[in-house]
Design a protein around this ligand. Structure first.
Ligand SMILES: Cc1ncc(COP(=O)(O)O)c(C=O)c1O
Length: 372
């Protein structure tokens, strides 16, 4: 075969639903020489990652670490460890990722009760309360905090209380919320949480930060059946990420360099400052879009700061606009999924990409394209 030349990526501005742009300092960190994954220097760095992840999740949970894999691996990690065949699970479904949770839970043998809202709307505590009345012994209630497919942020504090009152664990997907808006794992009494590196943390895709509180960990360690996944079994992973440092799998060394650097930067910026930055740039985008006659279509009062679902005006070719943004302006934005296909654009302002300049750039580009 003819060997292709080395890959040179085009200089894209990543304003889609993820991945987001990565800071040069993070890319530099990832280009540092490898050490062994059991090297004392790496082990020391793992401890720092765990401590920084606790600070970012706002939790004291000992069992907090990055699973090797993307956000979906974090989702599977939580379900395979907490669910045994026949368990009753209640899941909020208001977009793609709630649906994916149901699929994962069913593969674990769970009996799933779906609590559905129209795409773009939140899941309400009343809906969960109603569902819990019909489920005799719920083991778990699961919610997607920030639904990336629709741009809606579901408030979860009340839902967490309802889950606990019914004797269930509360599981939260924070793949898109972590680092971009308040996520308070201990205050909200979230028992199990997973996230991803590629959105508001602005690290490449490849790691899934997770955290289990002692209650969830007890459920995982006292199972009647073996965890169906060897790779994601917390009982095995804990001896690698815990004090024993027993070989389980070879951790992606370079990805962990990147995560270490990103977490340092998040904490240096400060969580509150970072959340405020995301809010301000979302509001600036909203104002800019309004001048173009465009509006955000997810539920008023619950719109994500980091992912904006924008209604496509009648008569405009949704895909053609995205194509032109990419071809002429090097800007990536996202399309609608499922029932929202062809009806919305998704503009992400996540992590590194959430800046005033990027807001102006994308609004100006849209103005020129739509004028034509
Ligand atoms: C809310 C949510 N959950 C889970 C995932 C899955 O993450 P990944 O694509 O990194 O596997 C995503 C990815 O977009 C997401 O937005």
């Amino acid at each position: 075969m003819q060997i292709p030349s080395a890959f040179t990526p085009p200089p894209r501005l990543l304003l889609g639903p993820g991945p987001s742009n990565v800071a040069p300092s993070v890319l530099r960190a990832m280009a540092r020489p490898l050490v062994g994954h059991l090297d004392p220097a790496f082990v020391n760095m793992m401890e720092e990652i765990k401590a920084m992840l606790r600070a970012v999740f706002l939790t004291k949970n000992e069992m907090t670490f990055p699973v090797s894999g993307t956000g979906s691996a974090g989702m599977e990690f939580c379900f395979v460890n907490l669910i045994e065949p026949g368990d009753e699970v209640v899941i909020g479904v208001n977009g793609v990722f709630g649906m994916r949770m149901c699929d994962v839970a069913e593969r674990c043998g769970a009996r799933v009760t779906k609590v559905e809202s129209p795409w773009g709307q939140i899941i309400t505590p009343q809906q969960i309360a109603d569902a819990l009345k019909k489920v005799p012994k719920p083991k778990l209630v699961a919610i997607v905090h920030a639904e990336t497919s629709t741009g809606a942020l579901t408030p979860v504090e009340e839902i967490s209380k309802l889950a606990h009152a019914a004797g269930a664990l509360f599981l939260l997907d924070t793949v898109t919320s972590l680092g971009g808006c308040p996520v308070r794992i201990d205050d909200w009494q979230v028992d199990a949480v997973y996230s991803g590196t590629q959105k508001c943390l602005s690290c490449p895709p490849g790691l899934a930060p997770v955290s289990l509180n002692p209650r969830a960990l007890e459920v995982a360690t006292r199972r009647k059946t073996k965890v169906q996944s060897w790779y994601l079994d917390v009982n095995l992973l804990s001896s690698y990420w815990g004090q024993e440092r027993v070989y389980h799998h070879t951790a992606p060394v370079t990805m962990n360099y990147g995560l270490h650097e990103v977490l340092r930067q998040v904490l240096e910026e400060g969580l509150e400052n970072r959340w405020r930055r995301h809010e301000q740039n979302h509001l600036a985008l909203k104002r800019g879009l309004a001048e173009l006659g465009l509006r955000i279509v997810s539920q008023d009062g619950h719109q994500l700061w980091q992912l904006n679902a924008i209604g496509v005006p009648p008569g405009v070719d949704e895909a053609a606009v995205r194509k032109q943004l990419l071809a002429d302006y090097n800007i990536e934005i996202g399309a609608g999924l499922g029932p929202l296909k062809g009806k919305i654009w998704r503009i992400g302002l996540m992590g590194e990409a959430s800046t005033k300049e990027n807001v102006e750039t994308v609004v100006n580009a849209l103005r020129k394209i739509l004028r034509k």
